[in-house]
Design a protein around this ligand. Structure first.
Ligand code: BES
Ligand code: MN
Ligand code: ZN
Length: 492
């Protein structure tokens, strides 16, 4: 979708659809009043009928007598909360997408937000409209209008001054990053293997001079002593990969910020096999890696001046004659010995070696891992918040403020030293599980053993990366908005 800025007005628009904000109470925004005047009170008449309440998230397509489309975008009462604003723009975008219009105009001036400025609003506007275009028909034999773009929106004119251009580009890039993340996540595990993720990373590198990708194969990992990662990947015939994408947009010599994504392309649980029902959703166990790829894509588009590295820890967790068995003891790259008491706690096993490698290789300015790590986190926080674990207060507040401004919610969970003893093992330095209690925290504790002295945080996205079950099933693209905001703040 192309966003173009215009100084013109809704009333003068001669294209296919006009999206106009309508308040449920109080005076209408100026542009709405002006348009209504040229329409001889048509909008006021509609409101009088009371069918359309103009609450935030209400959206109505009406045809005027001359055949042109009007989309009434209910905004509720001003000032708007962030959540209502997002609801509003998403609903209007959906209505527009459902119409046959290929071009439209929108004007969100004078919509006061309780806590945010026009720049934030235009960013979200772009994110909502661009985001509405996502659909997944990769695996359908009949594509929904693959070539036929006649009923998808191609140009959206936005009534706004030039200085909002950057905000619009920012929102659009986030939505494009999310779409990439969602597509990789929604694709099945017989397509998306560790090698597939590595190929996608190499393709990204062709899009920007600032990005270089290198890949560690299993031989290289053997050489580096990554016994923990390999204990997972060796169970599958799909070779494991650690993929490093270095984006050097900032000053030469500035230490990079590092993101490490869990890329378990399918998690059967291994020999500690998961129950069958709903196991298909374990194709989503690579959503952390996919969110890193989506973030890299967004950052390439934005060309922001920051150094960062995206790392994917990609492996398939399978039961086989080569698979690890409960009780096996392996040695991680940093020398820690690990007793694998449950082969289903594989995410931490692949992440720990990727973290060690990242720290040794890049001396990161900060390091954040993103992982669908525990069912316990999903139980605790549901689909609303990602779990944030860190002992670094600065990093906690940087990530929370990125979460806040992107409305990509996260909630801090505890990571005190007192939990560490739950990982004690009789036979090795640590066990890979901590028993029934505090499962999300003990997983974070495990990772903390490999990030000592680092400015490190862990995001558990088990509940937020996809919607479960039924018609709703599908990836969300989270936490791309949070991550892009975090890195963009570093570029300031
Ligand atoms: N990928 C799962 C976590 C998961 C489960 C995410 C369900 C989303 C939905 C992870 O590898 C796992 O299996 N974790 C185990 C850990 C346990 C064995 C300590 C879990 O949470 O049950
Ligand atoms: Mn598992
Ligand atoms: Zn897993």
């Amino acid at each position: 979708m192309q966003f173009t800025l215009t100084q013109s007005s809704l009333a003068n628009y001669s294209g296919e659809a006009i999206v106009v904000p309508v308040a449920s109470k109080g005076a209408q925004p100026e542009q709405t009043q002006a348009l209504d005047k040229t329409l001889n009170g048509f909008i006021a008449q509609i409101l009088d009928k009371k069918d359309f309440k103009a609450k935030a998230g209400d959206s109505l397509l009406v045809l005027q007598a001359n055949g042109s489309r009007l989309i009434l975008m209910g905004v509720g009462e001003l000032p708007l909360s962030e959540k209502d604003f997002i609801k509003t723009t998403q609903a209007a975008a959906k209505t527009l997408k459902g119409s046959a219009a290929t071009q439209a105009i929108i004007d969100i001036n004078n919509l006061t937000l309780a806590k945010q400025d026009a720049s934030w609003a235009h960013q979200q506007l772009a994110q909502s409209f661009q985001g509405s275009l996502y659909h997944f028909d990769e695996c359908k034999s009949k594509k929904a209008n693959a070539e036929d773009t006649s009923n998808t929106i191609q140009t959206l004119e936005v009534v706004a001054s030039e200085k909002l251009q950057d905000a619009i580009c920012f929102g659009q890039a986030i939505a494009q990053g999310m779409a990439f993340t969602k597509k990789l996540s929604d694709l099945p595990a017989n397509v998306v293997t560790p090698s597939y993720l590595a190929d996608e990373a190499e393709k990204l590198a062709t899009l920007s001079d600032k990005l270089t990708t290198h890949i560690l194969d299993e031989d290289k990992m053997e050489e580096l002593g990554m016994g923990s990662f390999l204990s997972v990947s060796k169970g599958s015939i799909e070779p494991g990969k650690i993929v490093c994408m270095e984006y050097m947009g900032g000053k030469k010599g500035d230490k990079p910020h590092v993101l490490v994504g869990k890329g378990v392309t399918f998690d059967t649980g291994g020999i500690s096999l998961k129950p069958g029902a709903g196991m298909d959703e374990m194709k989503y166990d690579m959503c952390g890696a996919a969110s890193v790829l989506g973030t890299v894509l967004a950052m390439i588009k934005l060309e922001l001046p920051v150094n960062f590295v995206g790392i994917l820890a990609a492996a398939e967790n399978m039961p086989s004659g080569h698979a690890s068995k409960p009780g096996d003891i392996v040695t991680a790259m940093n020398g820690t010995t690990i007793e694998i008491l449950n082969t289903d706690a594989e995410g931490r096993l692949v992440l720990c070696d990727a973290l060690t490698y990242a720290i040794d290789t890049y001396e990161p300015a900060s390091i954040v891992d993103i992982a669908t790590l525990t069912g316990a986190c999903m139980m605790a926080l549901g689909g609303v918040n990602s779990g944030l674990f860190t002992q670094n207060e600065d990093l906690a507040s940087e990530l929370m403020s990125a979460s806040e401004s992107s409305q990509d919610a996260a909630w801090r969970l505890p990571l005190q030293d007192e939990y560490q003893e739950l990982l004690d093992s009789n036979f090795a330095d640590i066990a890979n599980i901590g028993g029934r209690l505090a499962g999300a925290t003990t997983a974070a504790c495990f990772l903390s053993r490999f990030t000592k002295g680092q400015k490190w945080a862990h995001l558990d996205i088990a509940g937020t990366a996809w919607n479960s079950g039924g018609k709703n099933k599908g990836a969300t693209g989270r936490p791309v908005p949070l991550l892009v905001n975090y890195l963009a703040n570093k570029a300031k």
